[in-house]
Design a protein around this ligand. Structure first.
Ligand SMILES: [Fe+2]
Length: 241
């Protein structure tokens, strides 16, 4: 039998300690624009209680066609300037498209611990053959983590689809700011409903810019952040094992 350690809400993010979704590499996507930006965000995340960050720049055909080689130089540069007490690892947020298929087929993926793959897709239109794609990834031994499930509008009307995805083994990473009204009240309502149904595996900041730090500060005092911590189901800490 598994016992989940319940975490104490200390008013910051130290109970989570690990953030597994952030856009901290300068100039490779719509996140940090320069090194100064990047280091300010990292310092601010450390002040919020995080001590381990996985940065996950977008890999997306057309807009941000990143590969390991486009990301690693910026990553190494930040690593050499990190403040004390915080570690930074490199992964990516993969949009389900042909660029992603190529990276899968040529085994060029930047995984999170546990063979985990952070994925996203259109927020409006259900991707073609979604279940088949996810099944194909599971067959290859990847543990799919769906980034911000609460933000996919086409899933809102079909809440049962969330259960179906979970039944297929997909893990859900809710954005911390979805526990506030940052993305809108409907997104917050879905994040809360996912919490109520015990479907949430991870919280991530999905931070793109320094201005989001002030918004993130409000999250630890929110009722649903406390509820998620108390659920004992969050796996953020398991990424540090
Ligand atoms: Fe993201």
């Amino acid at each position: 039998m598994l016992f989940f350690k319940r975490k104490k809400n200390t008013g910051d993010f130290s109970a989570l300690a690990t953030d597994m979704h952030s856009h901290l590499i300068p100039g490779v996507d719509d996140g940090a624009e320069n090194m100064e930006d990047s280091l300010s965000m990292i310092e601010a995340l450390a002040e919020l209680g995080f001590n381990r960050l996985f940065t996950t720049p977008h890999s997306m055909q057309g807009l941000h066609p990143n590969t390991k080689s486009t990301l690693v130089t910026g990553y190494q540069l930040i690593k050499s300037k990190l403040p004390n007490g915080i570690t930074l690892e490199l992964s990516s947020e993969y949009y389900l498209d042909e660029h992603f298929d190529h990276l899968v087929n040529t085994q060029q993926l930047l995984l999170l611990p546990g063979q985990r793959l952070l994925i996203e897709f259109s927020q409006v239109i259900r991707p073609y053959a979604l279940e088949e794609s996810l099944f194909g990834l599971a067959i290859k031994g990847y543990q799919v983590v769906l980034a911000h499930p609460e933000r996919y509008l086409f899933l809102h009307k079909n809440f049962d689809d969330y259960f179906r995805l979970k039944d297929m083994g997909v893990e859900f990473q809710v954005n911390a700011l979805s526990l506030t009204d940052h993305y809108g009240k409907n997104i917050r309502a879905i994040a809360e409903k996912l919490t109520d149904h015990k479907l949430v595996d991870f919280i991530g900041t999905d931070i793109h810019r320094i201005q989001q730090i002030d918004l993130l500060k409000k999250v630890p005092s929110s009722r649903y952040y406390a509820k998620l911590l108390e659920s004992g189901l969050l796996k953020n800490n398991s990424l540090s094992l």
